[in-house]
Design a protein around this ligand. Structure first.
Ligand SMILES: [Zn+2]
Ligand SMILES: [Zn+2]
Length: 273
């Protein structure tokens, strides 16, 4: 399985997951043209995308869903309430399919399972994506007001985590956001701080965790160095041997090969077999 963060932050989010010829996007929070530009930067033909899975209706996750789905005939998977909340983006020409926590989806090589989060959207999901043939597992959890038992349960045993580290509490307090926005971000229905992200990763850590991508960093209320320091220190204390990446708002990250991560973390005697 290969994971490519096409972009992540308060202004737009999209993640490309591919395995054995199957390609899906988790969210499409950039304009259609911007999404195509980002896909081109990693040599991915937009027509090859098999489906887009939408986690919730906020614009930084949905901006391009309608135009991209119409232009490339890409099926869109949404929760029923999320579809209703996205009606202004949809013309009726798109292929819309429903998915939910009781209705996960298998497309080609990939199984996509949503789980509920606590966030100020109508029916917000986080998702895990598993490659059936290998068991390689990705967890994607951004836009969390607080981690719940369901989130911790769903994210267990992942090979790679894309995890929100939205803000630093002090930078948020001192930021130029209006008070009401600060309250919303910091609330139990808002976003995870760096410290909360570090706590969550410590709770779900296991010694085969190959990579953590810190995602959805606020440009106004966080600094990449702070997020890396807070979560990285916690991971180091746990004996983390994987890679720590930071999602970027304005460009795609280099693709991450989950199969290679797994190989690297195998005990030496097993790699010889
Ligand atoms: Zn968001
Ligand atoms: Zn959101």
């Amino acid at each position: 399985m290969i994971i490519t963060v096409l972009g992540s932050g308060s202004s737009g989010n999209s993640l490309l997951v591919e395995a054995d010829g199957t390609r899906v996007l988790i969210d499409a929070g950039f304009s259609g043209r911007d999404l195509e530009r980002r896909l081109a930067s990693v040599d991915c033909d937009p027509e090859s995308i098999d489906a887009i899975f939408v986690t919730h209706e906020h614009g930084d996750h949905t901006r391009g869903i309608g135009v991209f789905a119409r232009r490339w005939s890409t099926p869109l998977f949404l929760g029923e309430q999320t579809r209703q909340a996205c009606s202004s983006l949809l013309s009726g020409e798109e292929t819309i399919r429903e998915y939910s926590c009781v209705n996960p989806v298998t497309i080609g090589a990939l199984r996509i399972e949503p789980f509920l989060t606590v966030h100020d959207a109508v029916d917000p999901f986080a998702v895990t994506v598993t490659e059936a043939a290998t068991g390689e597992k990705l967890g994607v959890a951004t836009d969390l007001g607080r981690p719940t038992a369901a989130v911790r349960h769903a994210l267990r045993e992942c090979d790679i985590l894309v995890l929100e580290a939205n803000h630093d509490e002090i930078l948020l307090r001192d930021s130029s956001y209006p008070w009401s926005v600060k309250q919303r971000i910091a609330s139990s229905h808002g976003h995870l701080s760096n410290r909360a992200s570090a706590e969550l990763v410590a709770e779900i850590y296991h010694n085969r965790l190959g990579a953590v991508v810190l995602a959805h960093l606020s440009e106004r209320a966080n600094a990449p160095s702070l997020a890396r320091e807070v979560v990285g220190e916690r991971l180091a204390g746990l004996g983390f041997r994987g890679n720590l990446h930071l999602g970027e708002q304005h460009a795609a990250l280099a693709p991450i090969d989950v199969t290679a991560l797994r190989q690297r973390l195998l005990p030496p005697q097993l790699t010889l077999l």
